[in-house]
Write a protein of this length. Structure first.
Length: 244
């Protein structure tokens, strides 16, 4: 398989991009050509690599915290009708608030830095996990709970051996949805009040009208989000195949 046959979609997009720049006559501040963007990316690999790793680290940390809290709260809501009546409406109402609206409030409390970025990502990851895991906990195989009761299994054993495993497929659906969202939430928080990461680099580039770098960061962000979604999708399929 030749280079052209393997990479023709990318080459076609670059050609369309260059054609659009040439025909539109727009200034490079508005729409830079692909070659300067690629040259900036190739000329500053350390800048892109370090800040990409920083963004991925904060996104992963926030994802881990938010999803763990989502699973915990969903389990508490399942275990207690009182907690379910309190937590479920609160979670659904709070999830309707845009994450960007919470950034100034959290920045006031936690300051401007990686801690706030992680907190924003954790909030973005919490609600989908809470909703999907809560739904999965209610979808037990028909008759399975009665069978375990007959066999003498206690409540804790039924929960750990039956209820929680039944929620794993829904947990993986939530993971597939929140992995790319966590990356984008981290970048948004870095853009607004971060001190490092791809969002911060993008903010600095646009403020200095360095559009080649801004477009380079946009390409890296897009590729990173797509790659994260692909990996999460593969993990979901593998787990569903194991659980089916």
């Amino acid at each position: 398989m030749t280079f052209l046959s393997r990479n023709w979609p990318i080459l076609l997009l670059l050609a369309i991009w260059q054609l659009g720049v040439s025909l539109s006559g727009l200034n490079s501040i508005v729409l830079p050509a692909p070659l300067p963007v690629l040259m900036d990316m190739l000329g500053n690999p350390g800048l892109y690599a370090v800040n990409t790793l920083q963004t991925l680290w904060t996104a992963f940390a926030g994802l881990l915290i938010g999803s763990a809290l989502g699973v915990l709260v969903a389990c508490l809501a399942y275990a207690s009708r009182f907690l379910a009546g309190v937590l479920t409406p609160f979670g659904l109402i709070f999830s309707s608030v845009p994450v960007v609206a919470l950034i100034p409030i959290i920045a006031r409390i936690l300051g401007y830095g990686s801690t706030t970025v992680i907190a924003i990502v954790a909030i973005a990851a919490f609600f989908p996990t809470f909703v999907f895991v809560g739904k999965g906990l209610q979808q037990l195989p028909r008759g399975a709970d009665d069978l375990m009761r007959v066999l003498g299994a206690g409540r804790l054993k039924r929960f750990s051996r039956l209820v929680l495993p039944s929620a794993v497929p829904d947990m993986m659906i939530a993971l597939r949805l929140i992995v790319p969202e966590s990356v984008l939430a981290a970048i948004l928080a870095e853009y607004l009040m971060g001190r490092s990461g791809l969002g911060y680099v993008f903010a600095q580039a646009t403020s200095r009208f360095a559009m080649e770098r801004a477009f380079g960061v946009s390409l890296v962000v897009t590729l990173t989000a797509v790659l994260c979604f692909f990996l999460a999708h593969r993990a979901e399929r593998a787990v569903k195949a194991r659980w089916s």
